[in-house]
Design a protein around this ligand. Structure first.
Ligand SMILES: [Zn+2]
Length: 122
């Protein structure tokens, strides 16, 4: 059986071969470990480069938009909790130093009659 040429193996690695030629090479490599190794080697050296991780413009924009949305949500939650806490007092314990009306200012039932009224009567 004829070994595939180096050129064919490289073309195979670059996916530039037709279906039939690829089939021929695969069939050959099944029976020829030597060519199987050559094919693996060719694939390693000439195969399509794994795409390096890089952010496209749209990736960056979507990330920025997503971060902005997260910030907006976080701010919204903070604002909501803050306003709820102020409104109902559920989230705030009753103030320890709550103002208590001093004894003096409480109107007393048994207060002495007003002097001006006494004069008017008299
Ligand atoms: Zn071979």
């Amino acid at each position: 059986m004829e070994h595939p040429s180096e050129r064919d193996l490289i073309n195979y690695a670059r996916e530039e071969l037709g279906r039939y030629k690829k089939f021929r090479i695969i069939e050959h490599c099944k029976e020829c470990p030597e060519c199987a190794d050559r094919l693996i080697e060719a694939a390693r050296e000439h195969g399509p480069e794994p795409e390096p991780f890089k952010l496209s413009k749209w990736n960056k924009i979507s990330i920025v938009v997503m971060l902005g949305a997260l910030l907006a949500v976080a701010f919204g939650m903070w604002w909501l909790l803050r306003s709820v806490g102020q409104g109902s007092g559920i989230y705030e314990p009753p103030a320890a130093g709550a103002p208590v009306a001093p004894e003096d200012e409480i109107p007393q039932e048994g207060a002495p009659p007003d002097e001006t009224e006494a004069q008017r009567l008299g």
